[in-house]
Design a binder for this molecule. Sequence first.
Ligand code: ADP
Ligand code: NG1
Ligand code: MG
Length: 494
Amino acid sequence: MADSTSDIYVSTTEILENHGIYRRLHELQTFYRNEYGSEPKVYVRVPGRVNLIGEHVDYCGYPVLPMAIDQCILLAVGYTEANTQLELRNMEKEKYEDFSTDLSKLQIIHKASSPPPWYNYYLCGVKGILETLTDNEIRYGMTVAISGNIPPASGVSSSSALVSSAVLATGYVHHATLNRKTLASISAACERYIGTQGGGMDQAIAYLAKEGCAQFIEFYPSLNATPLRLPEGACFVVANSLAEMNKAATSDFNERVVECRLGCRLIALNKNFNNWKDMQVFAKLQAALACDLAQLERYALEFVSQDIYKRSELCEVFGVTNEEFERDFLTENTRNMQQFKLKQRTLHVIQESLRVLEFHEICEKYSSNSLHSNGMHVNGNGDMSFESTVSRLSQLMRQSHESLKTLYECSHPNLDKLVEISHQLGIGARLTGAGWGGCIVALCDSVESSNSYIEALKDKYYSKLSTEKLQFDNFDNVVFATCPRNGAELLTLQ
Ligand code: ADP
Ligand code: NG1
Ligand code: MG
């Protein structure tokens, strides 16, 4: 059904056998048949992701370096012109209740300060694509079965995989243009209906990921993804701290976004921009200043010099009333904020972005050296051996974690423990995703070392957890080595 403007083609699943998807698709097919008494017409796969470096910078317009993982959301989808009813059935029935609604009366109801119901994420995606259609075009009912194995609320983007899968399924059924970048942008925008003001990394990698490569994803001035070859032999391990954190359940995430926007405006005001109020994305400000990140850091140190700004101080500096401040600078769930740690948030964003550029440059240099030097990894810029490359990348990952812990204050004692154990084992690691719980990502220099690292984590971390958290049949989805996978796809089962 996808038209010529599509770059997402429906493919058969034969090629997926190696990736462990085939069995799950067949189980999903059986589940769909039992629930709806018919055959699904199409399947959707959208992966989770692990971000290698560049945390909490996407909503400031700065590049990130994620890759898609094996774990994914799978949908089995049927549709009809007989009604406009949406039916959702999740294979984890005890955890995720059945849901149905009429697509022509779609409403996303959310009580603040509690985690949103799971189906709200799906509805965000449906709303996002329906907004691109006219009322006449909304004429299909959909029956959907869902299977997910991305650890939820753990920083590897289960939410965006679910939102993006809803966008793709609904878009396909309603003949929308299925261009990957457009779908990524729609998915990023509509996930904000859940309440968090994310930057678009998760949805971008969900659609733009390519097998075998991480992606350097830029957001400013527009969305762009460039594949990045990682040093051959390097291997990334994801380890779940098992502390879950639903990002839409608290105001923490949006508080950081708000602080970044204020830090940016403060520099813009001091640099005499008349439009300082609209300058809320650091990458845009940097472009307007025509300076590099190092210069922006100097401006930050000069103009965002206080550790803590009180609300009244910021009202005075910006020349706005308390009401205007609340209306124009805060979000619904941050309107009670009284103190703003603008200096440390701003410095994290700028320094983390510098680390992303360095990480990217090291990988590029290593791979171009590998291509041209017949294995002699030495050039004019110093030691480019595999060992020194991995060691420098590991150091950047450790620095990233330290910054997230101390400047951005979005870590969790269990994440710090995992990073600390990794450090003692000689492995560079950092929290991945938004934080406050969830997973770390660690860099190993071979498959063998990743295996022994995983065993060491079981011994030094997981065996020490409370028995309640240890009731796992296996650890495959808790701590695992991961390879870069492809982005979202539409499938039919053979
Ligand atoms: P993450 O870091 O995984 O993106 P979020 O806090 O953003 O975490 O979103 C997690 C929420 O996404 C879960 O609480 C749940 O509502 C929803 N979710 C994730 N996976 C599934 C799934 N397989 N089925 C239903 N809902 C899911
Ligand atoms: P997770 O942890 O996957 O919900 C969030 C944001 C990203 C990005 C990271 C931090 C959403 C959907 N995702 O990810 O945009 O800001 O935190 O780098 O808001
Ligand atoms: Mg999320």
